[in-house]
Design a protein around this ligand. Sequence first.
Ligand code: NCD
Length: 339
Amino acid sequence: MPTDGDKEQNPFYQRDFISIDQVNGGGEIDYLFPLADELKKLVDGRESVEHLLDQYSVSILFYQSSTRTFSSFLHAAQRLGGYVTAIHGMEEYSSVSKGENLPDTIRSINRTTHADAIVLRHPDDNSGEIAARFSEKPVVSGGSGKKEHPTQALLDLYTIYASLQTMDNLKVAMVGDLLYGRTIKSLAKLLAVVGQHNHLQLVSPEELKAPRDFLAQLDGKISYEELDSLEPVLETADVIYMTRVQKEWFEKQGELDKYERLKASMTLTREMADQMKEDAIIMHPLPRQEELRYGVDENPRAKYFDQMDNGLFVRMALLVAILRENPYALMGLELDKKG
Ligand code: NCD
């Protein structure tokens, strides 16, 4: 059983998780992924995990639409036995529609739900930082503007590792809307600090290229190249990570005509997927539009439905790690001293 000394090794305990920048190296991953593995085993075996967050309160506030992130956080907190307050459609149904600002909303939810943690999805890039500043308790980002989706990056890495059994020497193609998409930004930053000798192939039309200030954060940490066509990566990539062109940001700027022109500029078809390396994988955070054809679903390389299962267990692990000082002891697990 872990000793008292192991408590210090929980890098998530009582900390916000609003940016992948909080992951400094493999240590956090080595701590979290075995917890996710164990939770999956327990849940699949229908063993109770309710004691893990029994008497803890988790509040989930979503200002943007969501299927997977919302439902998996909700189920994660409930399955772990927490008291859950979940509000989807904050902009319409909460006092945000009366002009309430984020600090007041966060302070209110802290008090009304006696929250031990708040999960927030919000359209502003800096919403995670603002919420964390005003919250008395840890804040977890479920997606912040165009900038961060750190729990998606965790579940994406978990899926890569589960599928390929390595986090090293991988060619990862990130395809589509690299300008507005937040999932690829968090995953790229994560791959830059875990694993060795990985290489990013950033594939997009000129108008959807990744922002320069974001690329500057990768410089010196991971090698990357920018391409404007999918064809050259089909036979070399270990991972093809497709993303949708983010209609809502074009809409905001009155550029729907541009969206229409770009929405199918990068498309993965059944035939293209067949050309990929035998053991390569295809990922997508979903929802999809035209960039990922339904015919690809039958390809054994398609892992986007597995990403969802993994999201539940990674989010369960993260909530337990943030709220319980020594989850390994609570779950009767040994910390692996190798890493
Ligand atoms: C993504 C998001 O919200 O950023 N969805 C998700 O969480 N799985 C991707 C997207 O909306 O395109």
